[in-house]
Design a protein around this ligand. Structure first.
Ligand code: AMP
Length: 489
């Protein structure tokens, strides 16, 4: 059995990585105010930094470390970020002081005019492109892969802005959803496989682009449709136009949006995330039953699956773990030491409910095993007679390269231990995971098409739908070391 190494401290790592939510609006007087609300609804997609850029004849931009609500409030927002068009971004990142320079939207003045752009996802050939650009004389101010795209647009030989944008999109690979604002347009784009989501909404005459439908709901906008994979959308004062930047191919949306990333009240691919998660729980109850007195969800992300499990197994569903809502998501903490404290800060046992009971804990996933190990111990310490654990998704054995924050293989619990080894480490009486077939079943009674799976399920299967140029070069020791300036003040 390989040894399980504790994650290294990632602070100050000049790694390019994103885990984000994007939002854009065109055609409304207070575009930045709506963007603030949209970003607030998308806060679960990244909590370390946020930014908004607006246009009213001039570009305006504000970027901050911290939450949207801490930074974009106040009556003066209209003066700070005026305009009928705006885009915004929520970001998770790993770098400490250096973070602000990577915070989006990024802005650049180009031959075609100004462009502010924001991105959710990850480009799998960003290092290679960056190396080539630097070789050709480009100067980078951040480590964000979004800046690579700005350079590609700026250097395109095409004339019209939108052609330059598409020219850039054709050079990048990976999973991405872009929103951008120019002096005339709001633009959006989605990777050819639809790995990362982007939806279009309408509120009166205004058009909205957002990572998830929950950002439309908060501003009372109607869902028009999802932007199709490989499609570019251009919104101007004359209306909306769609451009197919890539030919249609079978799509591969990221299944982890359903498992964990998206908010349960969002509609993804026409399906309610909440209902899908509940069905994962129903399937889990069939695949890995447990003889227990209570089903307890690991809040908040385990709640829908635990509810589905409890209803299918006809076992009482109880809130045996109380979550303190005033700390961010455990996982989105850059070091293991902080994550360890984070779990305790975040969850406490409901002692009187648990004492003497046989309980089953249900969470959406196990990544490093940090949360599950702590919670099993906590529930045992609270006097449970038996503690069983179920994950409503399969074993995560492979890292993500498309914008979900996932550690490398050596830190993924299921990549390093078999089921019995994991059970022992967690200290649970029994442990079970939903099968990949069960996951596809919960997504709509589909069985996984081995030839061309309907989703990108790479974290579970290792089946990556794009090239992974940067990763291959890294494994071959060919990635250039990025020199990175660490601002100390
Ligand atoms: P871990 O404690 O490392 O095993 O992570 C599992 C916990 O983190 C579960 O409670 C999940 O809900 C949550 N989680 C899973 N994937 C992610 C992610 N990409 N980012 C943040 N949290 C996650």
């Amino acid at each position: 059995m390989p040894t399980y190494t504790a994650p290294k401290d990632l602070i100050m790592s000049p790694k390019i990585r994103e885990e984000c939510g994007v939002f854009g609006v065109y055609g409304v007087e207070d575009a930045a105010a709506l963007t603030t609300l949209g970003l607030h609804a998308l806060q679960h997609r990244g909590q370390e930094a946020c930014g908004i850029a607006s246009f009213d004849g001039k570009f305006h931009s504000e970027r901050h470390i911290g939450l949207v609500g801490e930074n974009f409030t106040g009556k003066d927002l209209r003066q700070r970020l005026p305009g009928h068009a705006a885009i915004g971004h929520n970001r998770y990142s790993t770098a400490g002081k250096t973070l602000l320079r990577n915070t989006q939207p990024l802005f650049a003045e180009m031959a075609s005019g100004g462009l502010a752009i924001a991105h959710n996802g990850h480009l799998t050939n960003a290092y290679l492109l960056r190396e080539q650009l630097v070789h050709d004389g480009a100067i980078f101010q951040s480590t964000s892969d979004t800046e690579v795209v700005l350079h590609l647009i700026s250097r395109s030989r095409r004339t019209a802005f939108i052609d330059r944008f598409i020219d850039a999109l054709r050079q990048i690979d990976g999973g991405f959803a872009f929103v951008g604002v120019t002096n005339k347009k709001l633009i959006g784009a989605r990777d050819r496989l639809g790995i990362r989501p982007l939806v279009i909404g309408k509120k009166g005459d205004a058009y909205i682009l957002a990572s998830e439908t929950c950002a439309l709901d908060i501003i009372d906008a109607k869902l028009v449709r999802e932007l199709e994979p490989g499609e570019v959308v251009v919104i101007t004062k004359d209306g909306i136009e769609f451009i197919r930047a890539f030919p249609k191919i079978p799509t591969r949306p990221c299944v982890f949006e359903f498992v964990y990333f998206a908010r349960p009240d969002s509609i993804v691919g026409g399906q309610s995330v909440y209902e899908v998660r509940k069905r994962m729980g129903v399937r889990l109850a069939k695949e890995c039953p447990a003889d227990v007195d209570l089903i307890i969800p690991v809040p908040d992300s385990g709640v829908p699956a635990a509810l589905g499990f409890a209803q299918a197994a006809q076992i009482p569903f109880e809130l045996g773990i109380i979550r303190n809502h005033y700390v961010g998501r455990t996982f989105i903490q850059p070091t293991q030491a902080i994550r360890d404290i984070g779990v305790r800060l975040k969850h406490s046992a409901n002692h009187s409910l648990i004492k003497g009971k046989k309980v089953l804990l249900v969470d959406d996933s196990i990544v490093r095993g940090t949360t599950s190990t702590k919670i099993v111990r906590m529930i045992r310490d609270a006097g449970a007679a038996e503690v069983h654990f179920r994950s409503a998704s399969p074993e995560i054995r492979h890292p993500d390269f498309y914008g979900v924050d996932m550690p490398s293989t050596d830190k993924l619990l299921a990549a390093n231990y078999d089921l019995e080894g994991m059970r022992e480490l967690l200290g649970a009486d029994t442990l079970g995971f939903l099968s990949i077939e069960g996951l596809y079943g919960a997504l709509g009674d589909l069985s996984r098409n081995a030839e061309y799976p309907q989703f990108s399920d790479h974290c579970f299967t290792g089946d990556y739908p794009t090239s992974l140029v940067d990763n291959e070069r890294k494994n071959a020791g060919e990635n250039p070391q990025l020199s990175f300036l660490v601002d100390v003040a």
